[in-house]
Design a protein around this ligand. Sequence first.
Ligand SMILES: [Zn+2]
Length: 204
Amino acid sequence: MSTWICLSRERRFKAAIIGRPPESAAFPRPSAGAPGAMTVKKGKRMEKIASFTVNHLKLEPGIYVSRKDHFGNVTLTTFDLRMTAPNREPVMNTAELHTIEHLGATFLRNDPQWMDRVVYFGPMGCRTGCYVILEGDLESEDIVDLITRMFEFIRDFEGDIPGAAARDCGNYLDQNLAMAKWLAKRYLDHTLYGITKEHLVYPE
Ligand SMILES: [Zn+2]
């Protein structure tokens, strides 16, 4: 560390330009093609992650396999639960998406059939849908029933939102149950009920 800290200002500036400190014992320069060479900022190449290669101009609401990750014998499937047409329809507001997260996670982690295989459920940053990660090498068709039941649970939910309390949540007042229910109904009526292959496989 001391090598880096003691660099002159000019050398540090040059290092910042190329995105890494000058070669030193503490910071050996990765060889081209090595995993570490695929790195950071300004002029340096980073790989575009798989979910950014999907053509969002053609993407419609549906259930899609976003990626599969393999860890030893375990496969995790990440699903893209797309609820609005990206860049063509209004996105969901954070309050209703927050409510969908609370209710959806509660449903998934209590579902007798799937609860032991649920890794994660949460909203996309672009606010056009959610991700769910499940254990197993799965396809979209495998979870249509699960996701339909989950959004029926949200659509029909009445009462106190689980976890919407100061002790349990980092922003507990930011909830909108009425809009969450409306969005769940919309996803069911327009997409999940009678879903077709075009809404289960990413567009080319
Ligand atoms: Zn919360």
